[in-house]
Ligand binder design. Structure first.
Ligand SMILES: [Zn+2]
Length: 502
């Protein structure tokens, strides 16, 4: 039996780790951006959704340079009747909401989160069409951001405006907001974090939908051509640790002391890292295995549907695939080993090591550090925390919002199954989950695997004809929130907040 999710997880890694890889290209290509004023492509409709994306892509809004693109986008929102709240006005801190009702109404808010910034274009000579051309060919829309995250933002926006027009004159019991933020790619302080720190009460989010994986094929081992729709409800949190060991010895290397810092640090790290990390079966990852198991055929499917029973077969398979293993374990990666010495006959008195640890949603930081201490088997090593993401609960996949999102996806794509997943890393969704806000991430379009290689790389593009379905799914989601069935299957108006009934 072989469980093959490598592709899915590779994709997730590309999306969430590439900005750092790309930091080598920090110069921003000098390509003239459009003026925010030359704006109108006309009333938003299925016929011009791709033109709007093309135009948005034409702004070179590399992280820290979001304002011009943001102003254009905000004007589109304004022209279409949405209510704007500015939440920071300068580059690197340019954020706004565009809502059906003013935020002042203080209604519970369905928030569609997206980011204005993009990663740098990389090697310009490798692009078939210039990265900020927004070139529309017969089959594709080209350019940096066409997928990440401008394509998604345009689908969200078109959906919200459609709902606004459909329910004009009706008082819905909730607000719907488009929230565009800065510098998601660099996780600077001026983006989502700034919004949370200064405008959370005003925003009043009941649920946040953010960027995540599209429908993918190749995740099912026994049915490789069948796509699945992952919705992420959780992510791991980073815990960065520094280990330091000081042992004062005679500084000359001609006589080897019994104890010295480098040797003991290496031995302690060997104690720590040579031991395999435990596989942790949590409610969430068991559910993920079971969900996938329902879609797999034969023995593979049977084993995955009964992960506890088949643990001894499943665990070794998980270990073979680090990407998959990462969502079944707390991980420790040694990323630096230092003794500030490059003289060969001098014994340094201090050795330090940096560990990048990633904890599963339910894991306790204190217990984890305690366990590391024990495994190092060296009382003299001091452990300090450099950075620790706040603990957060995963978002409930039984909530009415999750159900509505699932229904909406299934309505648009009747043949595709939805699975709940957890991600090994995070995006802006993390700052909302840390506040206990239900946050789900997915992008409701079907994308051929080949396109995923170009995200954060050269030749980013998406196929034509898929955006309308993505927009429709978001619209279906909001409609479900307004008019969906209750648990008994009865149509109920304004089910979620239930302030008005038929
Ligand atoms: Zn993104």
């Amino acid at each position: 039996m072989r469980i093959k999710h490598t592709f899915l997880l590779n994709f997730l890694f590309i999306v969430f780790t590439a900005p750092f890889i790309y930091s080598q290209y920090d110069t921003i290509p000098k390509i003239d951006s459009l003026s925010a004023q030359e704006n109108s492509l006309g009333k938003l409709s299925d016929d011009n959704i791709e033109q709007y994306l093309s135009k948005y892509v034409q702004f070179a809004s590399v992280s820290g340079h979001e304002k011009e693109a943001g102003e254009w986008l905000k004007n589109v929102c304004k022209e279409n009747g949405l209510h704007i709240t500015q939440m920071g006005e300068k580059d690197g801190e340019y954020n706004f909401t565009a809502s059906i009702y003013p935020l002042l109404s203080n209604l519970p808010n369905i928030v569609f989160l997206n980011h204005i910034d993009v990663v740098p274009a990389g090697d310009l000579s490798k692009w078939e069409y210039p990265p900020y051309s927004g070139k529309i060919t017969d089959t594709e829309i080209w350019g940096r951001g066409s997928w990440d995250n401008k394509g998604n933002a345009i689908m969200q926006l078109f959906s919200i405006v459609e709902i606004l027009n459909r329910y004009k004159g009706t008082q819905l019991p909730f607000n719907v907001s488009f929230l565009a933020v800065s510098c998601e790619e660099t996780q600077c302080r001026g983006g989502a974090e700034y919004v949370i720190a200064n405008y959370l009460d005003e925003l009043n989010p009941a649920v946040v939908l953010g960027e995540g994986p599209p429908a993918i094929t190749g995740a099912l081992q026994t049915d490789v051509d069948k796509p699945i729709f992952p919705i992420s409800v959780a992510h791991k949190r980073a815990l960065w640790l520094k280990l330091s060991l000081t042992i004062n010895t005679s500084a000359h290397g001609s006589v080897t002391p019994l104890r010295y810092a480098n040797k003991e640090m290496v031995q302690a790290l060997d104690n720590l890292l040579s031991k395999k990390q435990k596989v942790v079966y949590s409610d969430l990852n068991i559910k993920m295995l079971k969900d996938m198991g329902k879609l797999e055929k034969g023995l593979t499917g049977f084993a995955m549907r009964h992960p506890k029973l088949f643990r001894m077969f499943i665990t070794p398979q998980l270990r073979k695939q680090p990407e998959l293993f990462s969502i079944f374990s707390n991980t420790i990666t040694l990323t630096s080993l230092e003794s500030n010495n490059d003289v060969v006959n001098v014994i340094p008195s201090e050795a330090t090591a940096l560990l990048d640890c990633r904890l599963l949603p339910g894991a306790s930081k204190e217990e984890f550090i305690e366990d590391i201490k024990k495994r190092l088997k060296n009382e003299d090593i001091e452990i300090s925390v450099i950075y620790s993401m706040p603990k957060m609960q995963s978002s409930d996949d039984n909530s009415i919002y999750f159900k509505n999102l699932k229904k909406a996806i299934e309505k648009t794509y009747p043949d595709i199954d939805v699975v709940t997943i957890s991600l090994p890393n995070t995006s802006d969704a993390g700052v909302f989950r840390a506040k206990g806000i239900l946050t789900y991430t997915t992008v409701p379009i079907v994308l051929d695997m080949s396109y995923l290689d170009n995200i954060h790389s050269e030749n980013e593009r998406i196929p034509r004809g898929i955006m309308v379905k993505g927009k429709e799914t978001y619209t279906n989601f909001i409609e479900e929130c307004i008019n969906g069935d209750d648990d008994s299957g009865k149509k109920k108006k304004f089910l979620i907040f239930n302030t008005k009934k038929d």
